[in-house]
Design a protein. Structure first.
Length: 319
């Protein structure tokens, strides 16, 4: 975490010291019009104001890989100084991004890596986020019990989160993990789909939700089954719905990926690449060419403090 913060400050200082005052135009392509990407946009626009950068932020109404490709091709058909792309489907958009890199236009992968189509990646280290989830789960369980993992096998990022989680949990011999399940199995897990009303696996004490949307579904199911006081939940996510579940103590730990800082960092790095050169910027970034904005652990005991932090950033808490 310390290294992440140091890199962030260095890039900020380096960006502030450049002298060329030419107007910079940056385009950021997000994934969807939701609370997460609204906060990313707010962070990006804040950095734009601080650095005198014109930030254009584009998102579809919902995730749409084909729309992203069309919009990206439209963006690069006109003069643009730097681009960041949060790919819904990295494989399909990679050729277009690779062309941008070959044209020597600063290009970042945002939120989800596209290793062959970017100069650097700005986003959560999913393995690290999974480790944080594992440490939180072990602590709230008192280092004993059985845990279920709820995931979506179609999303590659989730596999990294699960591996990080498993590696931490496996350090504790009194905690067991059942096979990963999907949201369609939650009612069975909680015994909501049988006449006896008993959980399919009665000794499950904890649930790890690998994403925001999965956390929302799980919280609703626990509340409906009147089991929110029997099962501990750790979720990677920061939506208003997840945070409301934290307030109600249905979710005991939410791991926020800091979307505002994601957007701010994105503009900082692009600005530096444009002003000082791509290679000069990569020199001061980690060798992995990855900048991780870090995570924030939110619990019922510190959620008011978290809300205050959001307010200071100009984000109106919606929970």
């Amino acid at each position: 975490m310390k290294k992440i913060i140091i890199v962030f400050i260095i890039v900020l200082l380096f960006s502030s010291c450049t002298k060329n005052r030419k107007q910079i135009d940056i385009a950021i392509l997000g994934k969807a019009n939701d609370s997460y990407w609204n906060d990313v946009k707010l962070g990006a626009e804040s950095a734009g104001k601080d650095l005198d950068v014109n930030v254009k932020f584009y998102v579809p109404s919902r995730e749409d890989p084909a729309w992203q490709i069309r919009k990206l091709e439209e963006i690069i058909s006109k003069p643009i100084d730097g681009i960041a792309v949060a790919a819904s489907d990295p494989k399909s958009i990679e050729p277009t991004m690779s062309g941008i890199v070959q044209s020597n236009i600063p290009c970042l992968a945002l939120d989800r890596d596209v290793a062959k189509g970017r100069h650097a990646y700005i986003g959560t280290a999913n393995y690290y986020a999974g480790q944080q989830a594992g440490e939180s789960m072990a602590e709230i369980l008192g280092y004993g019990g059985t845990v279920a993992i709820i995931t979506d096998p179609s999303v590659p990022d989730f596999a990294q989160r699960i591996q990080g989680f498993r590696d931490i949990i496996n350090e504790h011999e009194n905690i067991g993990i059942i096979s990963s399940i999907t949201t369609s199995d939650i009612e069975s897990l909680l015994g909501m789909d049988n006449s006896f009303g008993k959980p399919a696996i009665p000794n499950v004490k904890g649930i790890f939700c690998v994403s925001d949307s999965i956390g929302i579904v799980t919280a609703k199911a626990l509340k409906k089954a009147n089991q929110s006081d029997q099962v501990k939940v750790v979720c990677i996510g920061e939506s208003p719905e997840v945070m409301k579940a934290v307030q109600e103590n249905i979710i005991q730990v939410a791991i926020s990926r800091r979307p505002y800082r994601l957007g701010y960092s994105c503009v900082l790095v692009l600005h530096n690449m444009i002003k000082s050169g791509i290679n000069n910027t990569l020199i001061i970034l980690p060798k992995s060419e990855i900048v991780d904005p870090g995570v924030v652990i939110v619990t019922p005991s510190n959620i008011d403090e978290y809300k205050e932090q959001l307010s200071k950033l100009g984000i109106k808490p919606r929970f």
